[in-house]
Ligand binder design. Structure first.
Ligand SMILES: *Cc1c(COP(=O)(O)O)cnc(C)c1O
Length: 478
């Protein structure tokens, strides 16, 4: 007699039929995504649906799945859609999705122990070393995203400066206040990483940018000198490869030189831009990234791996290890058996239990190859340049930042541009045709089109320009 207290189905054939239907449905969803609106508002009754109480009794899988089809699938973000241009979201890819499904089946825990899923993560770390020209001793780790990867970068830099003593005594390990530097265009999670690390965001100097929104390296050098003069302890420079607003790439080679001369840790926030190294026309602009002490980036943005798949790469692997490793009795290592294979991923980051993010990344990289991913990245930049020329050619539109990479910021000219352009963007979202986002550049509201999705084509860019013009004209009349 079979024990009924298990979560496996009584009827495997029924489960199998449901599973195959789900797989077909979600592949159809991706294949026919153009037929859907990019995004649609969540109706009140759908939202209410998510207020139902904890399910105590069992439910049929098919019934639960119908609920997914009706209430979840139609109202998701929309970043699978080629018309999605808001924020920097990747489009995902079917091979990566299948990898994620298989990973859930294996239910591997990549915190540690001796199993091939960890070898997959180690292989990707080797590929990442090769891609960025890092040495064998460099270590890498999958994390949720660049927010966490930046935090790890800051924490390793803190160890590099204060020694592992800082792990026990905290910042009392230093008599002097630590100071870090990043450009004024750096992502907000850099300041948050300093907050969490205990150093505090007041210790982050946001250095002015040049006309292309890149960190002004002259101002950086002056700030370091002035802080040293004040008796403070500069320890870290964060360079940005692909700023979130306009896609600016700091002069990484110049920053690397300053960091080396001043003996400071050089961390690169390359959340989406770092993988630009796979596109031959962008690679030269990332020169200097190979000299970084650590690089944070996301496979889930330009790399098109399904969410989430962030990564941290650290040149000095032993420093990385010494920042996090600890050996409680229940995590005892061995040279044989399942407790082998040390060091483990949990020795290099915040998490003990970790999912198999590496598998969807492995599928994506192996199926498509880095050349194709580089071509997708280059395509999004070409589309951005096309959009820029269309904006420039259109007297009713105004370009607010040049397209340096894959992001274009512009607006509809009007007497009340901030209000009109915010309304245009909200209306575009509701139209379901295209979904750019809003940003504020030098106090001016801009429509920001971030072209990241591999499915986006020239017709989507045309639809954006046409829709902005139509909405702008009708709002100007009202
Ligand atoms: C997206 C982004 C981040 C944050 O990365 P997450 O993966 O969302 O945590 C940090 N920096 C830049 C430049 C980004 O574009």
């Amino acid at each position: 007699m079979r024990d009924k207290t298990t979560l496996d189905p009584v009827d495997w054939d029924d489960l199998r039929a449901n599973g195959h239907r789900m797989l077909d449905d979600i592949l159809n969803y991706i294949q026919n995504i153009r037929e859907r609106p990019v995004w649609q508002p969540i109706p009140g009754e759908v939202r209410d649906h998510f207020k139902s109480p904890v399910p105590v009794a069992e439910n049929d899988l098919a019934v639960v799945y119908d609920e997914f089809l009706k209430n979840i699938l139609p109202f998701s973000t929309g970043n699978v859609h080629p018309g999605f241009m808001g924020w920097v979201h990747g489009g995902g890819n079917p091979a990566g999705m299948l990898g994620e499904m298989l990973a859930a089946g294996l239910n591997a825990n990549l915190g540690g122990r001796d199993h091939t899923p960890i070898e997959v993560e180690r292989q990707i770390t080797q590929w990442v070393r090769d891609i960025f020209g890092f040495p064998e001793e460099a270590t890498g780790l999958f994390v949720t995203g660049t927010s966490t990867a930046n935090l790890i970068g800051v924490l390793v830099a803190r160890t590099a400066t204060l020694g592992t003593e800082v792990r026990r005594s905290g910042l009392a390990a230093s008599r002097r206040q630590l100071v870090a530097y990043a450009s004024a265009a750096a992502h907000g999670c850099v300041a948050r990483a300093l907050e969490i690390s205990g150093i505090g965001s007041d210790a982050l100097r946001l250095i002015e940018t040049d006309e292309l929104h890149r960190l002004d390296t002259g101002a950086l050098e002056r700030a370091i000198i002035s802080d040293r003069h004040e008796g403070l302890l500069p320890f870290l420079i964060v360079g940005t490869a692909g700023s979130v607003d306009v896609g600016a790439i700091d002069d990484l080679a110049a920053i690397a030189e300053i960091a080396q001369r001043e003996k400071l840790w050089f961390h690169v926030d390359g959340a989406f831009g770092a993988l630009g190294i796979l596109a031959p026309e962008i690679q030269p602009r990332l020169k200097g990234i190979e000299s970084a002490d650590s690089i944070a980036f996301d496979f889930h943005k330009w790399g098109q791996v399904p969410y989430d798949a962030g990564f941290i790469l650290v040149r000095d692997g032993s420093l990385h290890h010494d920042t996090f490793a600890s050996r409680p009795g229940y995590l005892t290592r061995d040279t044989r058996g399942l407790a082998g294979g040390s060091p483990w991923p949990c020795d290099f980051g915040l998490d003990l239990s970790r999912g198999f993010r590496a598998l969807k990344t492995w599928f994506t990289l192996k199926v498509h190859g880095t050349e194709k991913i580089g071509a997708v990245i280059a395509k999004t930049c070409t589309l951005a340049r096309d959009l820029e020329s269309k904006v420039v050619a259109e007297p009713e539109l105004e370009l607010l930042a040049p397209a340096q990479l894959n992001i274009v910021c512009f607006r509809y000219r009007s007497e009340d541009p901030d209000r009109i352009n915010s309304e245009i963007v909200a209306s575009l979202h509701e139209s379901g045709i295209v979904a750019p986002s809003v940003t504020v550049l030098s106090g001016r509201v801009a429509i920001r089109a971030a072209l990241v999705n591999h499915r986006t084509e020239a017709c989507d860019v045309d639809a954006l320009v046409q829709s902005v013009l139509e909405l702008g004209r009708s709002l100007a009349r009202s």
